[in-house]
Design a protein around this ligand. Sequence first.
Ligand code: BGC
Length: 832
Amino acid sequence: MSDTVSRRSALWLLGGAVTVAAAATGWSARPAGATGTRATATGTAVAPAASPRVESLIRRLTLDEKLTFLHGADDPHSLGQAGYVPGVPRLGIPPLRLADGPAGVRVTKHATALPAPVLLASAFDPALAREYGEVIGREGRALGQDVLLSPMVNLIRTPYAGRNFETFSEDPLLSADLVAEEVSGIQAQGLIATVKHFALNNQEKDRMSIDVRADEQTRHEAELRGFEAAVAARAGAVMGAYNKVGGVFACENADLLTGVLREAWGFDGWVMTDWFAAHSTVASLRAGLDMEMPNGTYFGAALKEAVGDGSVPQALVDRSVRRVLTVMERFGLLDGSAPARPDRDPAAGARTALKVAKAGATLLRNERRALPLTGAAARSIAVIGPTGSLPFVSGGGSAHVVPDHAAGPLDAIRERAGKGARVRYALGEDLFGRALPAGAVSPGADFEGQRVAAGATWTYDGTLTAAEADEWTLVIHYSGRERPVVLLDGTELFPLAPGYGEYFAGGLVSAAPDGLAVRRATVRLATGPHTLKITAKGGADGQVFRLRRITGATRAADVAEAVRVARAAESVVLFAYEDATEGADRTTLALPGHQNALIDAVTAANSRTAVVLNTSSSTTMPWLERTAAVLQMYYPGQEGAAATAAVLFGDCDPGGRLTQSFPVSDERHPMAGDPRRYPGVDGVEEYSEGIHLGYRWYDQESVAPLFPFGHGLSYTSFGYDDLSVRAEHGGLSVSFTVRNTGRRTGTTVAQVYVGRSPHLRLDQAERALAGYRRLELPPGGARRVTVTLPARTLSSWDPARHDWVLGTGRRRVEVGASARDIRLTGHGEVRR
Ligand code: BGC
């Protein structure tokens, strides 16, 4: 590394040159050859020989057999996992089963549903990330899997992104620390980890086609750091993203797959596509893709043909086979040395799930010590909200896990409050609808449980009559794969989202408590009859179908009941939700449905209202000032209800801190007002905020967030003293004393931020997280903490040198309880 003054490279913004060697496009940070693989100008990489066992297998495999390693196939004995590679029994090579995912193993059987990764990240505790990985690693092996399609390390860039709950943070350092430990934990149990989605897959909107343009410095300092950490932790596999990067699909992007991954970082595992993310045969293989998932559209017969006609040399096929087999060998899958599959340990899984949910629970607001609930407030409680009684376990899409069990918060609160307490519940907002009023439909039919036999079709042709003009939400519940078609006044109410079908329809609130799928459509109905036509198909297994409604009148009645229950109680715990899923972004940061109005009404009725948020990411809170407390629990996993109750009653301190900034409104965040930045214009999206992601942007633009990065309250208070900063091996050693100044044992996360280097003419953040320490202290307890900031953390990426460059000179060092709650400031001299 060296100090350097340079102009920012615009190469990537121009689309980059992707077919030439990585070194020529400026990706290489290490000398070619040091990484084990070398890309030539034609894209044909020469890979070094693998172990004698792998080389011998490659010699004995036929071309057809080799190709089976390069794409997914149907599993004759599927356990419900996402992917399968059959292996070659003739040579004793076993199959690979590949399962999601980020919050637990997703197969058809039960597994531990851990809290969403964003909740894990909120604990700021790499050791906990390792434990989380160990639980998934063991379960994956126990459940017959070999490869885990996790962790996801894409940064939280836009608050709207549908998968923010599946990943860690807006901060690259925190994300990198956690991903490294989680990968180690997973792999220590013998399961191969797949870090995903490489790279710049930071939104779901247009994820299959969006072309991301981010300059070189931004890529390296932001999104790529987590992937680099996963590679350094020796993740066995990398999953390429759906999107394009610099004009080229990520799964056929030589700059990413060969230049960065292999040459700069020395990755020695294999690269698979995201599901159906392959776009070519020859270009992809040459670029560095090894495996197409979940089938062989491009890497099956088409690849065989390309080898046959000479457009792909066998050596390239061998290179990919070698990469897969080498990882398999490392995990003992080729010589039977892999440890026997363990049994599941659901009790241990549940313990970790509970621990993580408590550790990540983030208390955003707590006025006049409203929490924990004690005394009268703990003996007379109103629990309000649909997710107050339903267990909100996980988000939707590929991160969904079939939990071992799950209780709702109401039961957990009742249990914790004890027999003498009065705990009343009110729904507040109806998610699943009420039966249609008698006489509203003509002719009459069974809309509460219409059964359509397998292979049969049921049609209804009649009218729905609104007694008065009102807003109606029509709700269908149905079993089976095929969504019924419902036409009201000729308009289809529940059309399928193009491309995704039913799969990514949503998480918790898209299924009724009895498991039927639920869809909703809101329409304004004029007084009088409306034509209603329904077609429901029995499919292979038959279908159960319901049609229900929520009207302005039922809504008002639910709010009135909530207000009545809130008034009669000493304290209120109101549960609010937002149900995110892969495949779609949110369109607003407001809570969905009429929850804001519900919170307004309830807080007006009882000022001692604590709002518990089960949301995927940040949420706007127009009602914040009227609440007594706000507790962010995200998607808390199968033990979420118990963890929530433990925090509410003060059995543990809320240990979490925000890993993303929460904006005040839809107009005041890094993506606001510039559609080229988000969600993209004409298929292209520019990361024009550069390195100023998340809190860095709020600092740069002097915008106040609703809650800053790093924020979270404890039930006790902490003081910070005696900062000292020393130069050490090109880095800094930062010491300070943390004291629990309150009357309870509590947890804090001390955060160390660094300011700019005076010697770099590169763009730098006003303040960047450089280290942190989570610690628990008894009342009056104090601890001297030393956080080491290595040279790399104090470096910027110089696009002129295509390398990290140390930010030398006098640098500001701050210690605080959030990015906006700085308690100590000092300086340190960074020297090479
Ligand atoms: C997701 C991946 C997931 C894969 C397999 C894709 O839709 O983007 O994260 O691993 O499906 O389920």
